[in-house]
Design a protein around this ligand. Sequence first.
Ligand code: GLA
Length: 393
Amino acid sequence: MAGAGAAQSAAWSAGKVAAAFRARFGTGPAWLVRAPGRVNLIGEHTDYNEGFVLPMAIDRAVWIALRLRGDREVVAVSVDFAEEKTFGLDGLRHDGKGWWEYLKATAWALEEAGHRLAGWEGVLAGDVPIGAGLSSSAALEMAAARAFAAVSGLPWDPVAMAKLARRAENEWVGVGCGIMDPLIIGAGREGHATLVDCRSLEMRPAPLRPGTAVAVLDTSTRRELTGSAYNERRAQCEEAARALGVRALRDVTLADLDTRGGVLREVVRRRARHIVTENARTLAAAEAMEAEDAFQVGRLMNESHLSMRDDFEISTPALDAMVECARGEEGCYGARMTGGGFGGCVVALVDEATAPAFLEGVASRYRERTRLEPTLYLCHPEAGVSLARSAAE
Ligand code: GLA
């Protein structure tokens, strides 16, 4: 069901950007790029601590229809923002805040890595909600990377490109995020979540048990990731690693924290405890997925939420309310906030057979409790970034 819906919505989105391309540029596009959003099942803020994450690419995406230009200009139209922007690839400069900055950030990182890029003209559209913790910005960066690679004749290596997208985000956009988002967006597998070792970048597919579904429960509250809170958490984790004499918190066990945690400030000790316990939960969740034990995965998700609420302090009253509403419904194995935190979405593992009733029940509980209007849907795990030669060319 979810898969068929995904295929339909993909066909609709591809048709929409191709039609908008024709309307603006007079012919069909040469290429169609699709870069999915992602939801993380467990393993939050562990990526930049060289630990473990368990995300999946989803059936919501950013699309670009494009063709090569003969010069080094990029002309891009955003259907969603009803805006057109042009910039040159020579002497790239910051120019305010907006979707086009992610295109420039990506171009900058690719050129910094020694790639000589060609210009293109194209149309963008997407249905990954912005600021909801589903990685709309990494989807846009990976879509841009795929577009530049296509027109410039660069080989497509999802891992190498994910590293460049992270650099774009770190150094151009100014968010100290980790590798998780661009990596899963580049390398996601249909029907699977992926356990990623964020030190070695080794990836292991973790199948979603038949009969279970992943629900995304959007609180309709938003966060600003470039805000200082994300970077502050990262700095606190680095402070803990330095004080404990390790390269990253990945190298710390709970026993280490018990014996040597006294050297840390109280708040930093709690941040470290989240990372250390979250790494263990993420490994355990991947094993439970392989064993098709949805109850165990759900328990670990519930514990993860408490750790983010109390130790890492990245949850909010709306996220906590949504988690409680989800857990109060039948057929919910577990629920937790997902992504960077401070607003956005909760992810829940649910029984597929009762999922429609689950979504209805959560919506009415959440509305009643918060007076906010949520957006709730099931997500299907999809493959990562794709490129197609357009049939309309
Ligand atoms: C954001 C960042 C990721 C990761 C998550 C939290 O999505 O982009 O690198 O740190 O937050 O797990």
